[in-house]
Design a protein around this ligand. Sequence first.
Ligand code: IDP
Ligand code: MG
Length: 140
Amino acid sequence: MSKERTLSIIKPDATRRNLTGKINALLEEAGLRIVAQKRIRLTPEQAKAFYIVHKDRPFYHELVSFMVSGPVVVQVLEGENAVAKNRDVMGATDPAKAEPHTIRAQFAENIEANSVHGSDSLENAAGEIRFFFSEAEIVP
Ligand code: IDP
Ligand code: MG
């Protein structure tokens, strides 16, 4: 076990339905600590850059449009095995396949508007955290 940090994003479908607090409660109940958080509107350039790994996937342009369609809440989560723990509490990408207790099973609208993003590895987490936060903004 080791203490990790991971990047989480509460996506526009969830901010639109005023679900930030309910999602944060599930993250905290899972043992994750929100050590940085801000509500922002992504620019198309930011959304394209953030999801650049998916640039050849058929859903890339739609995903970018969705991510700029409303505010998002970007956050740094800290805790033991935070990367895997957050992926567990998020649930599968497709909410129809997500375990019932997960954020996506409870709140996601569909495979695209699936309420949350979470880094998928420790290495990617470091890069994604740097994308949005300076070290001074992270307050454990
Ligand atoms: P993840 O968010 O569970 O890590 P990824 O495969 O990394 O899933 O996909 C990134 C995001 O792209 C998803 O969270 C979702 O918003 C969107 N997405 C993934 N697969 C599809 C799809 O088949 N159709 C539409 N959007 C998708
Ligand atoms: Mg992913």
